[in-house]
Design a protein around this ligand. Structure first.
Ligand SMILES: Cc1cc2nc3c(=O)[nH]c(=O)nc-3n(C[C@H](O)[C@H](O)[C@H](O)COP(=O)(O)OP(=O)(O)OC[C@H]3O[C@@H](n4cnc5c(N)ncnc54)[C@H](O)[C@@H]3O)c2cc1C
Length: 380
C-alpha cells in the first residue's frame, strides 16, 4: 500500500513526490506513460552526444527566490540569458521588438528611448478595449510590425488568427524602447548545470519513492493499492472527456544533428513567414556544451499529438470550468500542473503550484497528526 500514487513525473508530480517523501516521510509511487521522468522538461544526450531537449527548448526563469532556492537543492546552475531573433525580410532581428529591431529594419538611427517611443506612437493604432492578441500588438506598435513579427507566427503556432485569440498570448511578449534584447526580464535566469533530467533524478532519489515508467494510469489504477491520488495528466482525460475534449495545440519536433559546430547565432530563431515551422532552437547555446557537432530542432505546430498548449479563448475556458467543478468535487484527488488545470504555465509556476499543494496537504495532515515534521521547503 502506497501512501500516494502520483500520475505524471514532470515538475508537478516530481516536486510533490519529493516533498511528501522527505517532509512527511510518506511512500510514493510515481508513474508516467512516457519512458522517462521529467515530463516536457526532459533532456538527454542524442546519438551524436549532444545534450538536447526532446520536447523543445526549456529555459528556466523566475522572479521567485523561494522557487529558485527550492530547485537549488537538486542542481547547480549555469547563468544563461535567453535571446531570440526573428527572421524578417532577410535579417535576423531581436524579438521582443526593441530599438535595435527598429533601427535595423527601417535603417533608422534612433538613439534614445524617447525617440523609439515616438516611433511606436506614430505607428500605433489606438484601440479602446483590448480583447484579442491582435489588439494588444496593433495598439502598441501598429499594423506593419504586427504583420511582420506576430501575425504569421501566431497563425502558424495556434492555427488561429490573432484576432481570434485571447490577448494573453501576445501580451506575454513585451515591446521595448531600449536596446535590451533579453527575452525574459526575470531576476533569476539559469539552466540546470547538468541538465533537467539529472535534476529530476536527484529529486526522486529517495527510498520512499518508487518510479514506474511506460505506465498509464488506466493500466494500473485498479491494480496498485494507494491511499491518496495526485493527478498531473489532462483533466478531461481523467473524466473520460465526459463534456467533450479540451482543445490543445500540439507540436511535431524535428530534431536534426549537423556535422558543424554552430548553426545560428542565438538559441532560438523565430520564423514568422511562410516556412512550415515556427522556430529553430540550437541547444548548445543553452547548455554551454562544447562539441564539434550541433543539434537543432524545428517546431511544426499541429492539432494532432501530445497536448502542449491549452488554446486560450472564452469557449475553451467555459468548457474547462465544467471539468474544474467536477475536479473540485473529488475530495480525495489533487489536480496539479499545466494539463490538470488547463493553463499554460512556465516551469517555475508549476513548481510554485506544486509547493502550494504540498503545504495544503501538510497542513491538513498536521491537523490530524500535529507531530509531523515541519521544515521550510527552501532546505531539503
Ligand atoms: C515547446 C515547449 C517549450 C517550453 N519552454 C518553456 C521554457 O522555456 N520555460 C518554462 O518555464 N516553461 C516552458 N514550457 C512549459 C513547461 O514545459 C511546463 O511548465 C512544465 O513541463 C509543466 O510541468 P507539468 O508537470 O505540469 O507537466 P508535464 O511536464 O507535461 O508532465 C506531465 C506528465 O504526466 C504524464 N501523464 C499524463 N497523463 C498520464 C497518464 N494518464 N498516465 C501516466 N502518465 C501521464 C505525461 O506523460 C507527462 O510526462 C514549455 C512547454 C513547451 C510545450
Amino acid at each position: 500500500m502506497f501512501d500516494w500514487l502520483i500520475v505524471g513525473a514532470g515538475f508537478a508530480g516530481s516536486v510533490l513526490a519529493e516533498r511528501l517523501a522527505t517532509q512527511l516521510k510518506q511512500t510514493v509511487l510515481i508513474i508516467d506513460r512516457r519512458p522517462h521522468i521529467g515530463g516536457n522538461a526532459y533532456d538527454c544526450y542524442d546519438a551524436a552526444g549532444v545534450l538536447m531537449h526532446r520536447y523543445g527548448p526549456h529555459i528556466f526563469h523566475t522572479n521567485s527566490s523561494e522557487i529558485f532556492q527550492y530547485l537549488s537543492n537538486f542542481t547547480e546552475w549555469r547563468s544563461y540569458e535567453h535571446r531570440v531573433r526573428a527572421s524578417v525580410k532577410g535579417q535576423q532581428l531581436p524579438i521582443p521588438i526593441n530599438r535595435t529591431t527598429l533601427n535595423r529594419l527601417y535603417g533608422l538611427q534612433l538613439s534614445t528611448e524617447e525617440e523609439a517611443e515616438a516611433f511606436y506612437e506614430s505607428r500605433r493604432e489606438s484601440i479602446d478595449t483590448i480583447r484579442t492578441s491582435e489588439d494588444v500588438v496593433v495598439d502598441r506598435v501598429g499594423r506593419e510590425l504586427y504583420e511582420l513579427f506576430f501575425r504569421g507566427y501566431t497563425r502558424k503556432q495556434w492555427g488561429l488568427d490573432p484576432s481570434q485569440l485571447d490577448k494573453s498570448v501576445t501580451a506575454r511578449v513585451p515591446t521595448r524602447a531600449n536596446t535590451d534584447d533579453r527575452y525574459f526580464g526575470d531576476s533569476h535566469q539559469f539552466m540546470p548545470k547538468d541538465g533537467y533530467t539529472r535534476m529530476f533524478e536527484r529529486m526522486l532519489d529517495n527510498p520512499r519513492i518508487s518510479i514506474m515508467l511506460q505506465t498509464d494510469f488506466n493500466m494500473i489504477k485498479k491494480l496498485v493499492p494507494y491511499r491518496n491520488l495526485i493527478f498531473t495528466g489532462a483533466v478531461d482525460e481523467y473524466f473520460d472527456r465526459c463534456y467533450g475534449a479540451l482543445p490543445y495545440r500540439s507540436l511535431r519536433f524535428e530534431h536534426v544533428t549537423l556535422p558543424k559546430e554552430w548553426h545560428q547565432d542565438v538559441a532560438v530563431v523565430n520564423y514568422p513567414g511562410d516556412e512550415p515551422f515556427t522556430r529553430v532552437s540550437e541547444y548548445k547555446h543553452l547548455t554551454g556544451q562544447v562539441h564539434p557537432f550541433t543539434t537543432i530542432t524545428y517546431e511544426h505546430p499541429t492539432d494532432i499529438g501530445d497536448p502542449y498548449y491549452p488554446i486560450p479563448c472564452d469557449s475553451n475556458r467555459a468548457l474547462y470550468r465544467k471539468y474544474q467543478a467536477l475536479a473540485a468535487s473529488q475530495s480525495d484527488v489533487h489536480f496539479v500542473g499545466r494539463l490538470a488545470t488547463y493553463q499554460y504555465y512556465n516551469m517555475d509556476q508549476v513548481v510554485g503550484q506544486a509547493l502550494a499543494t504540498f503545504r495544503r496537504i501538510r497542513d491538513a495532515e498536521q491537523r490530524v497528526a500535529p507531530d509531523v515534521t515541519d521544515r521550510s521547503f527552501a532546505s531539503a
